[in-house]
Design a protein around this ligand. Structure first.
Ligand SMILES: [Zn+2]
Length: 253
């Protein structure tokens, strides 16, 4: 599907003058975003199907740097995961004005919140805004859900336990905070199989594996409720502007 090509000069001015400072994009984020915009929106295509190695080669960075940049861009809603499979990712690429408009709408929706978290919890999309994404990270308390290694905001991401392309949702029962390495290695694996592979690779001890499998059962049973923001959860936005679906993961699956 092709759409009207945007004004490239305007796009680049908005990128440099507004998007980079407002979102505090790093050099890597900017390079990845520019490259993806170049090969999608500037060609009149709203989406792009790409692999991380292709992106890494294009921006002359390592694969892990490219993956991290994509993760951050998904968090910033500059990218939206449409599909993730063994051949790469299909992502919607948003232009600077679209990204900024979405951020403004998200901020504007907060005072209008009227639904208590407890009433919304089971239906809540935890990729919908920063507070909800942070709640998932907070629940794991700085450790990867899978390998238990400590991670930092720059080395972590959210992972769909059941991948999006297998109809996994964005509920707190299907999202975990994990390190980028586990996110990358897990791919389309079942979470329990992936945990067993970590044990075989000696990344987990036998007791840690048992604990992780127990935690996985607790997660899917709804027993690992994340610490919710003190304020009520903002009301959902329209489907047309709903947030990232992905791999933020780099890949969230
Ligand atoms: Zn890990």
């Amino acid at each position: 599907m092709k759409t009207k090509k945007p004004n490239a000069e305007l796009v680049w001015k908005q990128l440099d003058d507004s998007l980079v400072p407002r979102l505090r994009l790093s050099v890597a984020d900017r390079a990845a975003y520019s490259y993806l915009v170049r090969h999608s929106r500037l060609e009149g295509k709203p989406q792009i199907h790409f692999s991380l190695p292709w992106l890494a080669r294009g921006i002359r960075m390592s694969g892990i740097s490219a993956r991290r940049a994509v993760c951050r861009l998904i968090d910033h809603k500059a990218l939206r995961m449409v599909e993730c499979n063994t051949r790469g990712h299909v992502m919607e690429v948003r232009l600077p004005d679209e990204i900024l408009a979405e951020h403004l709408k998200e901020m504007a929706s907060r005072p209008a919140a009227a639904v208590a978290p407890s009433a919304n919890l089971e239906k809540e999309d935890f990729l919908r805004n920063t507070e909800l994404r942070q709640a998932i990270h907070a629940r794991e308390a700085g450790r990867c859900f899978y390998c238990l290694k400590r991670h930092t905001p720059s080395t972590r991401c959210l992972d769909h336990v059941v991948p999006r392309n297998q109809w996994g949702d964005n509920s707190y029962r299907n999202l975990v905070s994990c390190c980028l390495e586990c996110n990358s290695r897990k791919g389309q694996c079942r979470a329990d199989d992936f945990l067993r592979s970590l044990f075989r690779d000696r990344k987990l001890t036998e007791s840690e594996l048992a604990g992780r499998l127990h935690a996985l059962d607790a997660l899917t049973a709804g027993k690992l409720v994340p610490p919710l923001p003190a304020d009520p959860i903002p009301a959902p936005r329209s489907p047309a502007i709903s947030g990232r679906r992905a791999l933020r993961r780099s890949r969230t699956s």
